[in-house]
Ligand binder design. Sequence first.
Ligand SMILES: [Zn+2]
Length: 201
Amino acid sequence: MDFLPTAQPVARLIEELHKLPGIGPKSAQRLAYFLLRTPEEEARALAEAILAVKEKIIFCSQCQNITETDPCPICQDKERDHTKICVVEEPLDILALERTRGYNGLYHVLHGVLSPMEGVGPEELRIKELLDRLQGGSTQEIVLATNPNLEGEATAMYLHRLIAPLGIKVTRLARGLPFGSDLEYADEVTLTRALEGRQEV
Ligand SMILES: [Zn+2]
């Protein structure tokens, strides 16, 4: 991309911001010049917040959720049903499902969905980690809770093809969720119904 002629540190900041998802060259420039005008303490707070997530937040080696301890509190919880794994796209989906209080199993975070358009293939997702977990033989049900949109459905179908031959029951959230919607924003009643009405794929 072409940058406007500018001081090298600013060009570097623009380049870094441009790497963020959804930030095009114009937005990167706007953000960079905004930060340039920001008081030093605010800029420092932002930089420190970014470093803190990198230093303190890790991925749970089992479910791949973000956590401060490994395994995460959910994976460590002996009260939960360790025979069920609910597969979600993002950590925020876990919060949505936990709010329903209708699910007591474990989770697995893919950190995305298959998207040929955006160059996201199976290797970019935490699918291998999921298959590794299933090797233990204690899993009896996989609940596919990817979002009810084209990419979420395609990802669910892909996982079903991989998991079904292992002899594990694979279910999908019921159709109550509006197509094209995002799990993260679903209301609790709808999400609870979708969970309760989940059907074998
Ligand atoms: Zn975990």
